[in-house]
Ligand binder design. Structure first.
Ligand code: ZN
Length: 318
């Protein structure tokens, strides 16, 4: 992802129109889920999430079409499958500045007894990107960008399967090709997987109510930012959730737009989003060979995991 210091005019217009919506659900959206228990956040294990991130980084760099990416897909399919989640690969060919690339998003739904109906949506999307930025001259493992959020989603899947009604209201999405092929995300370079996925959502019979997009969430020494183009109602829920969990000093309402996978979900599928991202500008390792496990802590992963579950609890209890 890349931080835009100057918000574009179109983004400002979109922010304005978005913030006028008070209520998150829309009439065509998938219906509300069973309430998620107030106990669910306490069931999230940062140690478990950390172990998943460690496994993902052990496969090496994960740029699109790489051996590391294929192994990561297989790992997620196996882990999620054992927890009762059915997975589906969403493959497509994308045009990039260096030619066509085959991308693969991974979708998962909790449905232990039957195949999910992928032509309809469930209320909540929990999203991460899985790819790492391609660097020809360094070994870029992307422990925080994007191993942290991907490992975290697997642990969220474990907690949710203890709450069946809630698990069935969630779709997990692991995007390929978030990172640009050239230096920065701009124009048609970057966000490949989320653009394709958002377009495909429009082919379903209904849409999710909202999406939560996580990125760079494993470093306890940097604040977790609530992205500025998040829906106002979701910003309020997240701030309240952070207060409930005693995390107010670690969670910051951010004022500057950050381009990430939530943007196509807003622009192409008109979904309200919550974008949670660690303040990578405060690290010295972002997009370098030093984005390794030693920067991560189970505590940071646990904080973000609990926060996400607390937000889901609030959304389903109101
Ligand atoms: Zn990145």
């Amino acid at each position: 992802m890349i931080k835009f210091l100057a918000a574009s005019l179109s983004t400002l217009f979109f922010l304005t129109s978005c913030s006028e919506q008070e209520e998150v659900p829309s009439s065509s959206a998938a219906s509300k889920s069973a309430p998620l228990s107030a106990n669910a956040p306490s069931e999230f294990s940062g140690e478990n999430a950390y172990a998943h991130v460690e496994a993902l980084t052990s496969f090496g760099p994960r740029p699109p079409e790489s051996d590391g990416y294929r192994k990561s897909l297989q790992y997620l399919e196996k882990e999620l499958g054992q927890l009762g989640w059915k997975t589906q690969r969403q493959t497509f060919k994308g045009d990039t500045p260096t030619g066509p690339i085959n991308f693969t998003n991974l979708l998962a739904r909790y449905s232990p007894d039957q195949d999910p109906d992928w032509t309809t949506s469930v209320p909540y999307l929990l999203c991460s990107h899985l790819d790492t930025k391609r660097y020809p001259n360094i070994v870029f493992l992307g422990a925080n960008d994007s191993g942290s959020s991907s490992g975290l989603l697997v642990e969220l899947a474990r907690v949710l399967q203890n709450h069946e009604g809630s698990a069935k209201s969630v779709e997990l999405v692991f995007f390929d090709g978030e990172e640009a092929i050239l230096e920065n995300i701009r124009g048609r370079d970057g966000l490949y997987g989320s653009k394709f996925y958002a377009g495909q959502l429009n082919n379903r019979s209904n849409k999710p109510q909202l999406a939560i997009v996580l990125d760079i969430v494993g470093d306890k020494n940097i604040p977790l930012l609530i992205g500025s183009d998040s829906h106002e109602n979701l910003k309020a829920h997240t701030t309240a959730a952070a207060t409930t969990l005693g995390l107010s000093d670690k969670v910051v309402l951010y004022q500057t737009p950050i381009t990430d996978d939530h943007v196509p979900l807003m622009a192409r599928a008109q979904l309200p989003v919550l974008h949670l991202i660690g303040d990578f500008s405060q690290t010295t390792y972002w997009h370098t060979a030093k984005d390794t496990m030693d920067n991560l802590s189970p505590e940071a992963l646990e904080n973000t995991g609990k926060l996400t579950l607390q937000v889901l609890h609030q959304l389903t209890s109101n």
